[in-house]
Design a protein around this ligand. Structure first.
Ligand code: G3P
Ligand code: MG
Length: 378
């Protein structure tokens, strides 16, 4: 464990820099720059210093639920810093590249459902349904959210026209399930995901002959044409406004896994829930973020017709050892860029405890992180 650094102060250079340095930053958002809607005290000061020194940075968050442009506008206002979407990677941003599903029927789960649907449609997904759409179409599908029907009816849409109308309730075929953000109605979302994963061929209202028939080998689970299940954020906990960490999308996934293993026998039956989990600390997300950072740095260089130079180091500043620090420590850049993890004490991580994954440096807040990193580079 490294002791927190002494308070350092960032000095802007007397003459404005004419080159873009060969190091950069990736900032986690919740617990580093904001706590829910409140900016943290020295966030603005840290980022405006970096911009005055032409030191590139991006935002890398497991948060989501709105389109990148909307989140960038919100964050820019909150931090009083000019930013654009080229600097912003959130949990579901990589979903935008999944062209193979754009002309299929996908189910988007989580967040303010209709907002996430609009994000998916802006990414180019043509046919998007939500658990709320299904509940309003078939209220009996989940008896315990009836009191929420007026809420759901205010934004849900009719289901796509029956594709193979075996009967109205078995016409909807789901080709992929994407959990975009923290689910608000865990009961409904768990029920609908379970129905689709145990269906025949992703057709809602059916029960797969393999999965439903105990006489058949249980290896049939998720091997009867059921759709893939993508999670965008593994966070079990995150730092919201409340003084103790809150359950995140990882909490929902663990609850779903519990229902899945109760239904299928789970691990002891050799039936683990097949899923793809993205977001920090997973490699896919860091690869995606590094590409964005290199492109953004290239934009900055163009403004200074500076020589490209190699991005030698990225300081990954985060509050969660399980996502920011583990990800920063384990990511191996194909460009040989060294990712240096820096843990702050303004979010999930509690000062004085031993973090589950040891960062390169532990500091007080984001300003200390920037001061320490800049001092390493001087
Ligand atoms: O839902 C947001 C939460 O999981 C954490 O977000 O910004 O700390 O990666 P962030
Ligand atoms: Mg965080």
């Amino acid at each position: 464990r490294t002791a927190p650094t002494a308070r350092r102060f960032l000095q802007t250079q007397a003459t404005p820099p004419t080159r873009v340095p060969e190091f950069a930053f990736a900032f986690d958002i919740d617990g580093v720059l904001v706590r829910s809607s409140d900016a943290l005290p020295r966030a603005h000061k840290s980022l405006s210093y970096l911009q005055s020194e032409r030191i590139p940075f991006i935002f890398l968050t497991n948060g989501g639920g709105k389109h990148e442009q909307e989140r960038v506008d919100d964050l820019s206002k909150k931090l009083d810093i000019p930013i654009d979407t080229s600097m912003f990677v959130q949990s579901h941003t990589p979903f935008a590249d999944m062209g193979e599903y754009k002309n299929k029927t996908v189910m988007v789960v989580g967040g303010d459902e209709d907002r996430c649907r609009v994000v998916a449609e802006k990414y180019g997904f043509k046919t998007v349904v939500t658990p709320g759409d299904i509940l309003v179409a078939y209220p009996e599908v989940w008896p315990f959210s009836q009191q929420l029907l007026p809420y759901y009816s205010s934004f849900t849409r009719p289901l796509p026209a029956p594709i193979n109308p075996i009967s109205p309730s078995t016409s909807l075929k789901i080709d992929a399930i994407f959990v975009y953000n923290d689910p608000r109605d865990w009961g409904l979302d768990t029920q609908i995901i379970k129905d689709v994963l145990l269906s025949h061929n992703g057709i809602l209202g059916t029960l797969s002959r393999k999965n439903g028939d105990a006489t058949l080998p249980n290896k049939g689970y998720q091997q009867d044409g059921q759709p893939p299940l993508y999670f965008s954020n593994p966070d079990l906990l995150w730092a919201a406004k409340y003084h103790l960490p809150r359950l995140g999308q990882g909490g929902f996934r663990e609850a779903l896994e519990g229902v899945w293993s109760a239904l299928t026998g789970g691990e002891k039956n050799g039936v683990t829930l097949q899923k793809i989990v993205m977001g920090k600390p997973h490699k896919l997300t860091y690869e995606f973020a590094e590409k964005r950072l290199i492109a953004h740095r290239g934009q900055l260089l163009k403004q200074f017709d500076g020589k490209l130079g190699h991005l030698k180091r990225v300081y990954m500043v985060g509050d969660n050892p399980e996502s920011d620090i583990l990800g920063g420590n384990s990511y191996e850049s194909p460009h040989g860029t060294d990712w240096v993890s820096v843990l702050v004490q303004t979010g999930v991580y509690v000062e004085g405890t031993t973090p589950a994954h040891a960062p390169r440096q532990i500091v007080g807040d984001v300003y200390d992180a920037v001061s320490w990193a800049v001092a390493q580079e001087r």
